[in-house]
Design a binder for this molecule. Sequence first.
Ligand code: ZN
Length: 265
Amino acid sequence: MYENFNITLFIVAGIIIYFYFKNDNNNQLGGNGTSSEFSSSESSGELSDKPFKYKKATIYGGGVFLLLIVIGVIFYYIGNSNCEECNHLSTNKSNNKVAYATNCIDLRFIDESHTFLEKMFGKNSYESFVVPGPSLALYTKTVDNNKVKLDDDFYKAWIKGLYFARKLHNAEFIVLIDHEDCGYYKERYKTDNGFNKNFTDLNNSEKISIQNNTMKETIDQLVVDLRQFKDPYVPNSDLNFNGMKIYGYFVNLDGIYTKVYERDI
Ligand SMILES: [Zn+2]
C-alpha cells in the first residue's frame, strides 16, 4: 500500500517538475527581457504580467514539490519500519539465496506476508508453503516419553516441501511466520490435545507468549529432526540441510513483524 502511494507521489512530483521547467522555458524564450524579480502587476502592463504569474507558480510549485518529497520520505520510512530485519537480510539478496517460507492460511496476512518476504529475500526468491498456524502445525509433543507430531500430516508435507526446496533450489533459509489472533491455535491448542490450557481462555499477552514459546520449541525440534534427516527417495544421498538458517517471526494485527527466534542447522 505504502509503495503504491509513494509511486503516485513521485508521479505527481514529476508532473509538477515538468510544468515547472516548461514554464521556465516559455518564460525565457518568449520573455520580454523583464526580470521576474522586479515585476509586479501594479507597476507593469500586460506583457510583464506573465513573469509575475510565473514567479507565483514557481513558489507554489516548488512548495508543493518539497511537501510531496517530505511526505514521500515519511511514507517510505513507515513502509519499511515494519521489518527490522529486512535491511540486514537484504544484503544476502545479491547471493540469490532462496528461502522456504511458511505462513498461515489466515487471509488477513497473505498479502502482507508476501510483501515482507519480498523485502527480505527479493522477488521470486522464496517458496511459500502455507499451513495453518505454522509453529503449532509443526509442533512436536512428548506423549508417554515419545515425541509425536501434533499434526503429523502437516509435518510430513512440510518436510517434503523443504526437501524439494533444498534439492531443486538449494534453499538456504527457512522462515516460519506466526500471527496474532490465529484461528488454528484456537482450534488446536486445547486441553483435549494434551495442553494444560485452552488458548481461547488466555489473555492477549499470554496468547502471544504461548505462541512465541511454541515457535521456539518447534524450531529447536526442527533443528534436531533436520540434522538427522535421511533422503526418502535416493539411497545414500548426500542431501542434507546443514548450514541452513531457521527464522521464526511473529506478526501482530498492525502488520509489525518481530523476530522471535533464530537457529542454524
Ligand atoms: Zn492463523
